[in-house]
Write a protein that binds this ligand. Structure first.
Ligand SMILES: [Zn+2]
Length: 343
């Protein structure tokens, strides 16, 4: 019996040593040590032993059992460690490989400039008001002193949806709507940024473009207030050295009206190709609000005055960033926008 036990031990240790998978160890445990296993099988013969031999064989059997158990445990630990190592090996990350580059988004230059304009006027206490892009003839023309058949309507090449409904040609209808809504409340200090539409399409005109219009109504408002406001705007937008110049002009909704020039920021007034050698660059139209417009808005022109101005966001953007063709702003070329990406 002793020999049987010794041979069982050496067979078992040999088998366990050669095991490659943890599952096999489980099978060997059952085979050698289980209730119907080989060790139990041998010990069944204990009954035929002399009584004095039994404790000796019992002790040997225990040692065999312990050794097999220990061998299985050790092998299990080795195989588990190997499993983890294999897994780590498979999942190794090569930190020296270049990562995937994440594209950085950028605001469109028109958005940057529009926000800048808004910021400048908000710092002067203006409120931002928006209105519909699809307008009625009344708010787009009539309330702004352009009655039906007024010759100035020829100036506006309008997209009509019906005889009475159109795509707004300027953001001035927002002014008309706001005056009407606020009744005769003063002071009124608003800017209205937004998209406008005209049938124009060339290097400096787009059928869809952006305007920011401003309106101030209060008592004792003069042309000097308008000029001072625009000078401050020009300095903030184009630099401290800016000067402004008002040239007489005509708009149906203002009287008197003016084209507003700023001194050329490229040549500082000396004359260059950007300013056509004049030293001045036209940036917007403005004027004192026409009494008829005030009346249509519910104000009494004998008691209050106002000034209004309107500028094209595209024009300011093109000047500021030296863009010569307006279509570059709309053709969706990411290279244009990417120049404005931060870091
Ligand atoms: Zn110049």
């Amino acid at each position: 019996m002793k020999e049987k036990l010794t041979s069982l031990l050496s067979t078992a240790l040999e088998k366990i040593k050669g095991v490659q998978r943890i599952e096999e160890l489980e099978q060997y445990k059952v085979k050698f040590l289980g209730k119907k296993g080989e060790l139990t099988g041998i010990l069944r013969g204990m009954g035929s032993l002399a009584p004095e031999e039994r404790p000796i064989i019992g002790q040997i059997a225990n040692e065999v059992k312990e050794q097999i158990q220990r061998a299985i445990e050790e092998k299990t630990a080795i195989l588990e460690e190997k499993l983890i190592e294999d897994k780590l090996q498979r999942e190794t990350i090569d930190i020296s490989l270049p990562g995937l580059k994440r594209e950085v988004g950028a605001l469109h230059p028109l958005t940057i400039v529009r926000r800048e304009i808004e910021q400048i006027f908000m710092s002067m206490g203006y409120e931002i008001v928006e209105g519909p892009e699809i307008e009625t003839d009344y708010y787009n023309f009539e309330a702004l002193n352009l009655p039906p058949n007024h010759p100035a309507r020829d100036m506006q090449d309008t997209f009509y949806i019906t005889d009475n409904i159109l795509l707004r040609t300027h953001t001035s209808p927002v002014q008309a709507r706001t005056m009407e809504k606020r009744a005769d409340a003063i002071p009124l200090k608003i800017i209205s940024p937004g998209r406008v539409f005209r049938k124009d399409d060339d290097a400096t005109h787009s059928p869809m473009f952006h305007q920011v219009e401003g309106l101030v109504i209060d008592k004792n408002i003069t042309l000097g207030d308008l000029k001072g406001t625009l000078l401050l705007f020009a300095k903030e937008m184009f630099g401290e050295k800016q000067k402004v110049r008002l040239r007489p002009s005509y708009f149906p909704f203002t009287e008197p009206s003016a084209e507003v020039d700023i001194s050329c920021f490229l040549c500082e007034g000396k004359g260059c190709s950007l300013c056509s050698q004049t030293g001045w660059i036209e940036i917007l139209g403005a004027g004192m609000v026409h009494p008829n417009v005030l009346r249509a808005g519910g104000y009494n022109p004998d008691e209050v005055q106002g000034f209004a101005f309107g500028m094209g966001v595209e024009r300011i953007t093109m000047l500021k960033y030296g863009i010569s063709d307006i279509r570059e702003l709309f053709n969706g070329d990411l290279r244009v926008v990417k120049q404005f990406a931060r870091g």
